[in-house]
Design a protein around this ligand. Structure first.
Ligand code: PA5
Length: 443
């Protein structure tokens, strides 16, 4: 698979024929739709089902927003936020805002928290900018984005009037249900549908991820193409040895069974930090249930070697790590010789920074393996939309297989309701009267 290579040679796991058979059976269950959570398997064939005209429709609406606004506020949380944020960070120049000329509108996020300061600073920051909004909620009833949208909608209507607001706000939501759908219909917002059978954390390749990314100038056709390639590489019938998702799922479950309860996803490219966050949601929500599941953690390297490195090297031996390794940087920076050499770094003169980064990666890998931390390596050729598309689908497919190997339904999230009930009771939401009394007595 040209977009991704998986190296498990330092994971310390011997894969038996039985393990291979179980992984392939789990993959088949995703394809046959006979496993748990089979109402939510729309993501399995999603990449190959995306048509050129769907991509064109998304790009068309994105272009309208791009023409109107220099800041696009993307409102959503969890699966309605992290995919777009992850790909956008990966594809962006971190110093973009320092450039005098902005080629693309800036996409900022809201509704992923309930922080008053965050909202107030956002509204203040966009005061002198022309703005538009993309509001994303599958249920259409999630509190965090609903609060943010109420405020952003009011700001847009105040500035531009209601009719123009309908040209500057796009909704991405359920086909028929939920408060956001009702509102979007009533206000006449252009709307994209989140398919019923695609859950939030598997929705990055639907308009949930594609619309904000297109608005930010990301090549979504290339992203989808990368995912399509990985869909083929992990399809039912692909032999185990050629299916990277099946191998990854098998190895991580074997490590879990041997007591490695925590998986750390890391990368030596800071742009991939939010890929870690997206992955944490994908695996945490899919597997953490029924008292089971690998705890997904993450690091950004080499920065975190100076904070978490000690624990990883010598702390409790319940860890394994998966490193996303980028084969080729996009640009070239060479370390120069210095006639005084006061910092003693002349031995690096003439080397590219990426060579130093690579040696750090290889050195850390061996040190961690020696310290009892098994290592898996996922190599992508470069940080490009196509490679990231492949990476996303690789992790999604592996997550479905892995959840079935673990014996859980990887497509539900019953546990996320608990906090909402308490929050609504504390906020005295109508209908929660008994719960309000009970919870207040416990404070
Ligand atoms: O994966 C999930 O289902 C969740 O993270 C949801 O995406 C998140 O709670 C947001 O839900 P909604 O899109 O309904 O607002």
């Amino acid at each position: 698979m040209k977009n991704l290579k998986l190296d498990i040679s330092k994971a310390g796991v011997s894969i038996t024929a039985e393990m291979e058979a179980k992984a392939l059976a789990a993959n088949s269950l995703l394809h046959s739709g006979k496993g748990a959570g089979n109402d939510f398997l729309g993501w399995v064939h999603l990449p190959s089902s995306i048509t050129d005209s769907e991509i064109a429709a998304i790009n068309g609406v994105a272009d309208k927003l791009r023409a109107k606004a220099d800041v696009i506020i993307c409102i959503g949380i969890g699966g309605s936020y992290l995919g777009a944020k992850a790909v956008l960070e990966a594809m962006s120049d971190p110093f973009k805002l320092l450039h005098k000329e902005q080629k693309n509108p800036t996409v900022v996020f809201a509704g992923q928290n309930i922080s008053e300061d965050y909202m107030s600073e956002l509204l203040e920051a966009v005061k002198d900018h022309s703005i538009a909004a993309i509001v994303i909620s599958k249920s259409g009833t999630t509190t965090e984005p609903a609060i943010a949208f109420r405020l952003i909608k009011a700001e847009i209507e105040k500035r531009y009037g209601k009719a123009e607001a309908a040209e500057r706000i796009v909704a991405v939501t359920d086909r028929a249900r939920g408060a956001l759908k009702t509102l979007a219909t009533q206000e006449g917002y252009p709307t994209f549908v989140i398919p019923d059978d695609v859950g939030g954390r598997y929705s990055v390749l639907t308009p949930v991820g594609l619309l904000p990314l297109a608005a930010a100038g990301v090549d979504i056709a290339a992203l989808v193409h990368g995912a399509q390639e990985m869909e083929k590489a992990t399809a039912e019938g692909v032999p185990f040895a050629e299916n990277p998702s099946a191998i990854y799922a098998t190895v991580r479950n074997a490590l879990y069974a041997s007591g490695k309860k925590i998986e750390i996803l890391g990368s030596y490219e800071p742009k991939l930090q939010y890929i870690n966050e997206w992955w944490k949601q994908l695996y945490g929500e899919s597997e953490g249930k029924q008292g089971k599941g690998i705890f997904p953690a993450s690091v950004t390297l080499t920065a975190d070697l100076h904070s978490m490195g000690q624990y990883i090297q010598e702390g409790e031996r319940t860890l394994f790590e998966t490193i996303i390794s980028v084969a080729k940087p996009a640009s070239k920076v060479v370390i120069e010789a210095d006639s005084e050499n006061l910092d003693g770094l002349n031995f690096l003169a003439g080397k590219r920074i990426s060579e130093v980064n690579r040696m750090a990666e290889l050195g850390v890998q061996l040190a961690h393996v020696d310290g009892g931390v098994p290592n898996l390596r996922v190599e992508i050729p470069e940080i490009s939309a196509e490679a990231i598309g492949s990476l996303l689908y690789f992790f999604e497919k592996a997550c479905g297989i892995s959840g079935y190997l673990l014996g859980v339904n990887p497509f539900d999230q019953p546990g996320v309701e608990a906090y909402k009930k308490n929050m609504f009771a504390l906020l005295e939401k109508p209908g929660y009267e008994e719960a309000t009394k009970a919870i207040k007595a416990r404070l």
